[in-house]
Design a binder for this molecule. Structure first.
Ligand SMILES: [Zn+2]
Length: 90
């Protein structure tokens, strides 16, 4: 797995925070709060902890967007919705 370490550029911070907000898989958290990306690393909005200085490279370079879009498409596919309903009843 490739990691990227702070400091991050404006573009990377933007990509990270949009990733955190997009609901695609689970965001990075601290004390149950989604972390906020800054140039110098992650900050927890609740307790101000800022020990985490790394992310996956694909989170910072917009690579996640394509997969997020794919999974969104998948979820809105009626065949998938039907399958999910069936699974709920099991
Ligand atoms: Zn915290």
């Amino acid at each position: 797995m490739d990691y990227s370490y702070a400091p991050w550029t404006d573009e990377e911070v933007k990509s990270l925070n949009e990733y955190q907000a997009c609901g695609y898989v689970h965001p990075f958290t601290h004390c149950d709060h989604p972390l906020v990306a800054t140039k110098d690393g992650w900050v927890c909005p609740k307790c101000s902890n800022s020990d985490q200085k790394w992310c996956h490279k694909w989170m910072a370079n917009d690579a996640w967007r394509e997969s997020a879009l794919e999974s969104e498409k998948l979820c809105s596919d009626p065949r998938v919705q039907k399958l999910q309903k069936v699974m709920e009843q099991l």
